[in-house]
Design a protein around this ligand. Structure first.
Ligand code: ADP
Length: 399
């Protein structure tokens, strides 16, 4: 099989994650992170041939400096010759993008227009696209959208019960995120469970710093917990997830909050951090709860209760559940959270296997329920970078 290397870029406002992946073999040849961009002492950390390195970055236009340094690095490691494309993670594709897209002027314009829906993410993604298009001018650039997988949702799942005009005129609707991850782990689970080509009803739970679940019917997203923004749905590290929207007027009228203070409160000060008043990091929360920290225990309880409730509710769009898939930093590693959630769902037929649950961590995948459990629960490590590499290589080949 010939090699088909893709440079995968995930450009945030102050960081740039990168990897060079062979889209055929799934081998990762280089991976790294440029961080503290636009702040004091920016740097690039990378891993090559199993060894870790750190390089300081010059000051200046942070994203451009980071990409230029990355170009030098890729050339010095002689990885540039085999590159066939650059794949970019783009957070919001609105209703324009139902699949990954080769970046042309028209596509760039559409991503810019969608930036109003993701003001924190799309502008940073665009910085990465511009800098990489200049630096790797001979390579096709491909955008892979977090929202694209969910574009198969029906209006009954994606519309809010708001005046219809807000949707028609301003595109206000539910979009969903983490689509690349939900797509990858559901496809892996379908393979693993021998359900390829057969009807399947799968709930995928991507639990990282951000958390969302997706109802995947016969390989297609039919509902998801995130909405217009990645704030809706589950309790997350620092995000509240669902709240009573009446809270907004209460905070404004009674407590004199501004819109931007409410935004910060709900996105950055809530979730595990808000309840525990300790940390947004699930490991710290679990350790502290085990040591008797009451609010850390409460944060865990609320996180799991809300997650289990939402998973059960997805039996409605799916018409039942064949399997529940855990992924993301928490989903792949926290036996504590998986056990709490699966046990709360035992009324649906889930039978947790304690040994398998304890064994599934640090990149191990597999079923964590008993053989006679229906539905099944399993752990599948996500690999969004591989999906980006595969989509980019495929679109580049079609040129
Ligand atoms: P991101 O959404 O930024 O990609 P990750 O998917 O890496 O984040 O998930 C980060 C979360 O995973 C953190 O809350 C972290 O505490 C949690 N996590 C990682 N390892 C473990 C573990 N062994 N036990 C519990 N939680 C873990």
């Amino acid at each position: 099989m010939s090699s088909s290397h893709v440079l995968v870029l995930n450009c945030g406002s102050s960081s740039l994650k990168f990897a060079i992946i062979d889209s055929n073999s799934a081998i990762e040849h280089l991976s790294g992170l440029a961080e503290r961009l636009g702040e004091a002492s920016p740097q690039i950390k990378y891993k090559f041939n199993g060894k870790k390195h750190t390089v300081a970055l010059a000051n200046g236009d942070a994203h451009e400096v980071a990409i230029n340094q990355l170009v030098e690095l890729v050339k010095s490691l002689k990885l540039d010759q085999q590159l066939v494309a650059v794949g970019h993670r783009v957070v919001h594709g609105g209703e324009h993008f139902t699949h990954s897209a080769l970046i042309t002027d028209t596509v760039l314009e559409a991503i810019k227009q969608t930036a109003t829906l993701a003001p924190l993410h799309n502008p940073a993604n665009l910085l990465g696209i511009t800098a990489a298009s200049d630096a790797f001018s001979t390579l096709p650039q491909v955008a892979v959208f977090d929202t694209a997988f969910h574009q198969t949702m029906e209006p009954q799942a994606f519309l809010y019960a708001l005046p219809y005009e807000l949707y028609k005129k301003h595109s206000i609707r539910r979009y969903g995120f983490h689509g690349t991850s939900h797509y990858y782990v559901s496809a892996q689970a379908i393979d693993l469970l021998g359900l390829k080509g057969k009807p399947s009803k799968i709930v995928t739970a991507h639990l990282g710093n951000g958390c969302s679940i997706c109802a995947v019917k016969d390989g297609k997203s039919v509902d998801t917990s995130m909405g217009l923004t990645p704030l809706e749905g589950l309790v997350m590290g620092t995000r509240s997830g669902d709240i009573d929207p009446g809270l907004f007027a209460y905070l404004v009228n009674q407590l004199n909050y501004t819109a931007s203070q409410i935004d910060t409160l709900l996105n950055k000060e809530s979730g595990l951090l808000g309840i525990s008043e300790l940390s947004n990091d699930c490991r710290t929360i679990e350790e502290s709860a085990a040591e008797g920290h009451t609010q850390a225990q409460l944060a865990l309880d609320i996180f799991c209760f809300r997650l289990a409730k939402q998973i059960a509710s997805f039996a409605v769009p799916l018409g039942g559940i064949d399997a529940l898939v855990f992924t993301g930093g928490i989903g792949e590693n926290s036996d504590v959270i998986r056990a709490k959630v699966v046990n709360q769902l035992s009324f649906l037929g889930f039978k947790l296997n304690n040994e398998s649950n304890l064994a599934a961590r640090f990149g191990n995948e597999g079923v964590i329920t008993d053989q006679d459990s229906t539905p099944l629960a399993l752990v599948v490590p996500t690999n969004e970078e591989l999906v980006i590499a595969q989509d980019a290589a495929k679109l580049a080949e079609e040129l």
